[in-house]
Write a protein that binds this ligand. Structure first.
Ligand code: C5P
Length: 225
């Protein structure tokens, strides 16, 4: 059964450009956006705050079920992320938090607890959802599905440049290793592993500009609607 409202899913590994592409495509279409990775990052931070270990299935699942987090659009643009009324916008974007999120995300109970919450983001006039399992698990009947890839080196380089711009001192070699470790964990887990849906269009963004990818994705949505 097709969903009542259109949804575009954008899956792929860290640094493939998902977030940027999802944001620009959502803006062009006037649709809402779901950054599903942020939810896993929030569960990880909440667990750390409450001293819940990442292999404590029961408490982690309970935490994910009652996760008190909101995404608030700012007047000057961008989105503020609040966890139990605390601004965690920057805290959830660190490399450390990404690593913790991928550990938390391997937990079956956590994924189940977040499933309906993610589906609830699909409201009129439509949704662009980015993550790892948007096209396979969360929105299997999506209007259009995209899987973005790029080499680990290219993805690490993008992250390196982003962090450098922010004045954060990191090593490129370290980032490549981090990205490879995270890919491996995300691809090899038994629960909703990162994989392209059989009906997804795969785009390798290694040598493409952001504009070129946005154009391809918009063309796909237009074709499928
Ligand atoms: O996309 P982002 O880097 O914010 O995701 C952080 C982590 O959350 C990923 O490495 C992955 O383990 C997990 N994740 C997931 N399923 C999603 C989105 C993110 O397992 N739909």
């Amino acid at each position: 059964m097709m969903s009542q409202f259109p949804v575009l899913t954008i899956d792929g590994p860290a640094g493939s450009g998902k977030g940027t592409i999802a944001e620009q495509v959502a803006k062009a279409l006037g649709w809402h956006m779901l950054d599903s990775g942020a939810l896993y990052r929030l569960v990880a931070i909440a667990a750390q705050k409450k001293n819940i270990s990442f292999d404590d299935d029961k408490n982690l699942t309970a935490l994910a079920k009652k996760l008190d987090a909101v995404f608030v659009p700012c007047e000057i643009g961008g989105i503020e992320v609040r966890l139990e009324d605390e601004d965690v916008t920057l805290a959830i974007r660190t490399e450390d938090c990404g690593r913790m999120a991928s550990q938390v995300a391997a937990n079956k109970g956590v994924r189940k607890a977040l499933l309906q919450r993610q589906r609830d983001y699909l409201v009129s006039p439509g949704l662009v959802a980015d993550g790892r399992d948007m096209g396979t698990v969360v929105f299997p009947n999506a209007t259009a599905k995209v899987f973005l890839t790029a080499s680990a080196e290219e993805r690490a380089k993008r992250r390196f440049n982003q962090l450098n711009e922010k004045g954060v001192d990191v090593s490129l070699a370290g980032l490549i290793i981090d990205i490879q470790e995270r890919d491996l964990r995300d691809m090899s887990r038994t629960e909703a592993p990162m994989v392209a849906a059989s009906d997804a269009i795969t785009i390798d963004t290694s040598r493409l500009s952001i504009e070129a990818v946005v154009e391809q994705v918009l063309a796909l949505v237009a074709k499928n609607q």
